[in-house]
Design a protein around this ligand. Structure first.
Ligand code: MLT
Length: 265
């Protein structure tokens, strides 16, 4: 499905049943697309209205025409999601974001708190980018401009999945990254580097919150998860076994069960 919002044509998967319990917005990680949530759409789609957009420039969503640097930030991604919710008549939703999707979930919650019900934060963090990370993002932006998305796939893939999951999910994740436009990757990297540090905001989060972490995640750490848990009232950590950074994809049954419990709490 497509929606014209904020000057872009945005693709979104929509699993709707006639009388849903509520809505869930699933926000993908970098540099992936909505299809990473396929097993959550199957599982939650029989109860909730499930919307999984491709963020601007990703998957089947178009790049903003003549986009300037300002067109890319976690806040802009969040603005697009709100415009999509408006278009679909969704007033409030649970928001589930993985890694960069978690940073977008933070932006949604910060800017549009009344529209966000529970937060499900998967393999993500609340802190800003450290100095060495900023240097690495700048290097990666040059790399993708010079060599295309495959070079980013080659760099990122080893860290995204637990070693035992490469045979099962490696080709699928590689395809997601390689089919992402290099322009979108290059434009997103500075936005990731400049994302807001949410550490001082955590105490304002209300209601049950899930912090899910693949037990072998090499990008988000237990320290990141504990920091969020310790500062958010009513937050729980779920360690997802046999999974790396893409826990909802790598071990969907365990992830879905943990998410289900928090939604039903
Ligand atoms: C992601 O999976 O979205 C990225 O690893 C986010 C990041 O690099 O901070």
């Amino acid at each position: 499905m497509f929606a014209d919002i904020n000057g872009i044509r945005m693709f979104y998967a929509d699993r709707s049943k006639s009388d849903p319990t509520g809505a869930i917005i699933f926000i993908h990680g970098f540099p992936l697309n909505h299809s990473m949530w396929r097993q959550q759409l199957d599982y939650f789609g029989s109860t909730y209205r499930c919307i999984a957009p491709d963020l601007r420039g990703y998957g089947a969503s178009l790049l903003p025409e003549g986009a300037t640097k300002e067109a890319w930030s976690m806040d802009t991604f969040a603005d697009d999601i709100i415009a999509l919710m408006d278009k679909l008549g969704i007033d409030k939703a649970h928001v589930c974001g993985l890694s960069m999707g978690g940073y977008v979930a933070w932006a949604l919650w910060r800017k549009y708190r009344k529209r966000v019900q529970r937060l499900i934060l998967a393999d993500t963090k609340a802190t800003g980018e450290p100095a060495e990370g900023k240097v690495n993002r700048a290097r990666q932006a040059e790399l993708v401009k010079a060599q295309g998305s495959r070079a980013i796939a080659n760099e990122m893939l080893p860290k995204l999945l637990a070693p035992e999951n490469h045979a099962r999910f490696g080709a699928e994740v590689r395809y997601m990254i390689e089919s992402t436009r290099p322009e979108a990757i290059a434009a997103t990297l500075p936005a990731l580097a400049n994302r807001r540090d949410m550490s001082d905001w955590l105490r304002r989060v209300q209601g049950p919150t899930l912090i899910a972490l693949g037990e072998k995640d090499e990008i988000a750490s237990m320290k990141d998860a504990e920091f969020m848990r310790d500062n958010i009232d009513k937050a729980k950590i779920a360690i997802i076994p046999d999974a790396g950074h893409l826990a909802p994809l790598e071990n969907a049954p365990a992830f879905n069960e943990a998410m289900w419990k928090v939604l039903r709490d």
